[in-house]
Every structure is written in C-alpha cells, then in structure tokens.
Design a protein around this ligand. Structure first.
Ligand code: HEC
Ligand code: HEC
Length: 369
C-alpha cells in the first residue's frame, strides 16, 4: 500500500534547505564569497523558522508531536535496528537528528549574523561592530563551532538514510523525499488552504530574500563603514605617500609602527622618502590619530594583535596576520609584471585607497605568471 507522507511544501522546503546549506558550506571558506554566504544565511534563517512553525501547524508527520522522541522508543528502535517497528514519519533516531539539526541551524544562523555584524560591520547587526569588535574572534569561533556541529549532524542524517536504504528498500523512504509517497500502511496527509498559503508565502520569501540580498545592496549586506576620502582629509598624506606605492590606510599599522616609519623616512625601505619637518609632522599626527588603535575594523584588530607579537615591525606585509591571509597566493603572482610587489595592495584590493578592504572587492588580476 502507498501512503502520501511528505506534502509538497515539506519536500520543497527540504530541497531548498539542503541546497542552501550546501552552498553556504562551500562559500563559507572563501573571503570574497562572504556576501553570498551571508545571503544564503538569511534565506536559511527564514527556512528554519518556517520549518519550526510547520512543526506545529503542518500535517501529521511533519509535526514535532508526531516525532517519537522518548528514550523508550529510541532504545527499542536501537535494539531492534535491523527489524524495527515501522514509522510512517520519522523514526526515533531520525527524529533526534532532525530536531538537533533545526536547533543547530538556528544557532549557526544567529551566530553567523552576529559575526557578520561584529567582525565585518555588515548586515542587519552591522551596528554591533563598534561596541563589540574586540570580541570578533569569539563570535567567529562560536559560529564555526556550530557549523562544524551541523556538518556532523548532516553526516549522521546521510548515514541514517543510507543505512535505511540498505536494510529496508521496500518502504522507499529515499523516494519519498522526491514524490512524497512511502510503501507503508498509514494514512495519507492532506493540506488545508491555510497550510498551503502559509507555505507558499514562507518558501517564496526565503527564495526572494536570497535573490534580493545577492543582487541588491541592502541592509542585509551593507557595510556600516563609509569610504574615506584621504584627499579631502589630508591632501599632503596622499601627495607624499601614494607616489611610490599604494596609499596605506592609517588603520593598517599601530601608533608605534607609524611613529617609526615617519621618524626614519630618510632610510625608508631602502629609499629616501624624506620630507620637510612641517609636512612630516603633520602627516605623522594624522597617521597616529587614525592608527589601528582607533579603528574597529577587522584588519586593524588583527594587525594590532600581530604587532603585539613583534613590536619592531613597520610593514603591514611582515605581520603574521598579513602573511596568513596571503599565504595561499602564489609568490610568482606578486612578482608578476602586472603586480610587481606585494606592497602593491591596490592591484588586488580596489577599495584600499578609500580605507576599505572589503571581501567582496578582492580580486587577483590575471597575470602572465
Ligand atoms: C620614494 C618612494 C617612496 C615614498 C615617497 C614613500 N614610500 Fe613607503 N615604501 C617605499 C618602498 C620602496 C617600500 C617597500 C615596498 C616593497 O616592499 O615593495 C615602501 C614601503 C612602505 C610601507 C610598508 C609596506 C608593506 O610592505 O607593508 C609603509 C607602511 C610605507 N611605505 C609607508 C609610507 C608612508 C606613510 C609614506 C609617506 C610619508 C611613504 N611610504 C612614502 C617607497 C616610498
Ligand atoms: C595578489 C593580490 C593581492 C595583493 C597584492 C594584496 N592582497 Fe590582500 N588579499 C588578497 C586575497 C586574495 C585575500 C583573501 C584571502 C582569503 O581568502 O583569505 C586578501 C586578504 C586581505 C586582507 C583580509 C581581508 C579580510 O577582511 O579578511 C587584508 C587586510 C589584506 N588582504 C590587506 C592587504 C594589504 C594591506 C596589501 C598590501 C600591502 C595586500 N593585501 C596585498 C590578495 C592580495
């Protein structure tokens, strides 16, 4: 006998949830995909809220009250694993994994939005960057912890599906993901118009938010940092310090490092960059005032941390932070004709001379190397 177990909205939810989470996992590792990652996060957030509500107002087998979540049932299920009682909806093991997954997804999305706001100054919680930037490490670690836990649960989920397929092909649980039907003795579900309308609204909303966030610059991904016009703020800084190389934003070095740079211009990385004292002191004052200590940006925070390990450093490219962020880039790319030196930051960071180093603006140019 065939029974209709998973209604269309449940199945569409499942497909979207799986696809968005997969894409979020892939995009999570790449800095320049951060906006895509965050957009997926919002959409997953809507999906998970929908699924939780669906767990209360959905059809029978989708309801949490239908999940066999008692220890007794789990024990019985485990001890008869090869010949367990048939469940039309989720079996006890699957129910525990599903519920854990939903909870962990909520926590992953929540800590993701927090990290995006606190570390990057972006998105709905971008305003939390200024007050909490000193905790950016902590939030990132907690977000990574939950996403790792989610990976473990996904593995358990897939393992369960594979195992079920091995021991019980007849019920066709795998097929029910696509067509909703299981070969099982059970009552079929039907949806009322409210359930249909609510699902349509929620699932379209999730897809719509993803699209909107990906293609429009909105509060969902907007940076809370403004471009800085150094030309306006300090024309001499631009005139004197951008002629031989990229204009380094002041927040990329500490007060101490800038002091050393500005007090040794006559022997500046092998060049003579000396200035008259009035100009030199004025630029120095500007750099000290806007140094890493006075910034809540991610780069400033981590550069300061690196400089604490070695206080003699006066080059951004010598900090352990800079090295770590660029270690994946082939050395030949830096020495290529198009880039020439690793100090030529603007070749890859088109916004750096406006005081921003946004992940979405990182682009390594094509080189002959
Ligand atoms: C006459 C050319 C010249 C001028 C003018 C000049 N620099 Fe430099 N600067 C260099 C060279 C050459 C390097 C080494 C870059 C490299 O590694 O390729 C350098 C490196 C730097 C670095 C370290 C970059 C890194 O590797 O992280 C900083 C910081 C810096 N300069 C700041 C300044 C400031 C501030 C001014 C303005 C007061 C200035 N420079 C003016 C030639 C110049
Ligand atoms: C050849 C291209 C290239 C050059 C030149 C380059 N970068 Fe980068 N930079 C990258 C790439 C690619 C990343 C992202 C790496 C990753 O995915 O973690 C990056 C990441 C960064 C980050 C971390 C951004 C973040 O928010 O996580 C900072 C800060 C940074 N670069 C600063 C600089 C500075 C300062 C210079 C010049 C002294 C420089 N870069 C030169 C390619 C370059």
């Amino acid at each position: 006998m065939k029974a209709y177990i998973w209604s269309l909205p449940t199945r569409v939810f499942h497909m979207m949830f799986a696809a968005f989470i997969l894409a979020a996992i892939i995009s999570g590792d790449e800095d320049n995909l951060l906006n895509i990652h965050a957009s997926l996060g919002y959409a997953i957030g809507i999906l998970v809220i929908y699924r939780i509500i669906w767990g209360f107002i959905g059809p029978q087998y989708s309801r949490f009250s239908d999940f066999p979540l008692s220890m007794k049932e789990l024990k019985e299920f485990a001890s008869n694993i090869f010949n367990h009682k048939k469940y039309a909806g989720h079996n006890p093991a699957a129910s525990f994994v599903m519920l854990s997954m939903l909870i962990v997804v909520v926590l992953t999305v929540a800590t993701g939005v927090l990290t995006y706001g606190i570390q990057e100054g972006r998105g709905l919680l971008g305003f939390l960057n200024t007050p909490y930037f000193k905790e950016m490490d902590l939030f990132e670690e907690v977000h990574e912890f939950f996403s790792t836990l989610l990976l473990v649960l996904i593995a358990a989920h897939l393992g369960g599906v594979a195992f079920d397929r091995l021991i019980d092909k007849k019920t066709d649980t795998l097929g029910s993901i696509v067509n909703g039907h299981k070969n099982i003795e059970a009552s079929s579900v039907t949806l009322n118009w409210f359930q249909k309308l609510f699902s349509l609204f929620a699932l379209v909303l999730a897809a719509g938010v993803l699209f909107y966030s990906l293609f429009f610059n909105s509060v969902l991904t907007k940076s809370s940092y403004n471009e800085i016009s150094y030309e306006k703020e300090h024309p001499a800084f631009v005139a004197e310090c951008a002629s031989c190389h990229t204009l380094y934003p002041p927040h990329l070095l500490s007060r101490e490092s800038w002091s050393k740079v500005m007090d040794t211009l006559d022997d500046h990385f092998g060049d003579d960059a000396s200035l008259d004292d009035t100009t030199r002191l004025s630029i120095k004052e500007y750099l000290l005032k806007n140094s890493a200590e006075s910034s809540s940006k991610e780069s400033a925070f981590y550069i300061l941390k690196s400089l604490k390990e070695n206080e003699d450093i006066i080059a951004v490219t010598q900090t352990s932070y800079w090295k770590a962020r660029h270690q994946g880039i082939d050395k030949n790319i830096f020495s290529s004709n198009e880039i020439k030196s690793k100090a030529n930051c603007k070749a890859c960071h088109s916004d750096i001379e406006k005081g921003l180093i946004e992940d979405s603006n990182i682009k390594i140019p094509k080189t002959g190397a």
